[in-house]
Design a protein around this ligand. Structure first.
Ligand code: C5P
Length: 223
């Protein structure tokens, strides 16, 4: 179990709620880290709360997507935070990715491939002609070229991405049942680890309802 790691997505505006999530997910059965996305980071007390967190693996999922200079200065503006992982969109381009890597220091830069909420039909709508698979392969090669530290990919793509990209693989789109909400490319935690994910990301699967019980169910699924 020690090689199975989970980021809990703390998608809320409430620091009180995050404190409760952290308290109820203390376990020695699986390694737990905490992921804060745009909602919490941009909430009134979100950034300050993150700056004070101690002894936790922290992932700020800001999915930066901008021109190289803005990407670089944004990462430099985040450096007062003691965070472990930060996401950037691979579609920002090779130059932006390389610039970010140059100044990121101890923060691991994780490339976001194609959002797990999109399928091939949605990609066509926004002008991509490649299938999800081919696009993710191309994005993984670019991440390797930019020497990124990790990749976010859906559990469906882990197996072939691992052949291209040898560092950490993080997979959202995790479900224990058929309630997939807005996600499209989902799998169970067990399947995701079997395919080779290093970290899975679970949001609503853990945080909706009884957090303690939900975590127990997830741990049972992967045991
Ligand atoms: O609630 P759920 O488990 O669907 O939440 C998934 C989390 O992972 C959300 O915080 C979402 O922003 C994030 N994420 C994702 N797909 C990506 C990258 C991150 O769902 N490609």
């Amino acid at each position: 179990m020690k090689n199975k790691k989970i980021f809990i997505a703390c998608d809320t505006k409430s620091t009180k709620r995050v404190k409760k999530i952290i308290k109820e997910t203390q376990t020695n059965k699986i390694e737990v880290g905490y992921k804060f996305g745009l909602e919490f980071f941009n909430s009134k007390n979100g950034r300050k709360f993150i700056s004070k967190l101690k002894n936790k693996v922290i992932f700020i999922d800001l999915k930066l997507h901008d021109i190289p200079n803005t990407m670089k200065s944004t990462v430099s503006a985040l450096k007062d935070l003691s965070v472990d992982y930060l996401t950037v969109h691979i579609s920002s381009g090779l130059k932006a990715l390389k610039e970010v890597k140059k100044i990121s220091g101890k923060i691991k830069i994780v490339g976001v491939t194609t959002l797990t909420s999109l399928d091939s039909k949605n990609l066509k709508e926004i002008g991509y002609s490649k299938s999800v698979k081919d696009l993710v392969i191309q994005q993984s090669k670019l991440a390797r070229k930019a020497n990124l530290d990790g990749l976010v990919v859906s559990p469906h793509e882990v197996e072939f991405v691992k052949k291209i990209f040898k560092k950490e693989i993080i997979t959202p789109g995790i479900r224990l049942n058929s309630n997939i909400n807005d996600q499209k490319r989902v799998m169970t935690p067990k399947q995701a680890f079997k395919n080779g994910s290093d970290w899975i990301v679970a949001g609503r699967t853990i945080t909706k309802g009884n957090v303690k019980n939900n975590l127990k169910k997830l741990i049972n699924n992967v045991s």
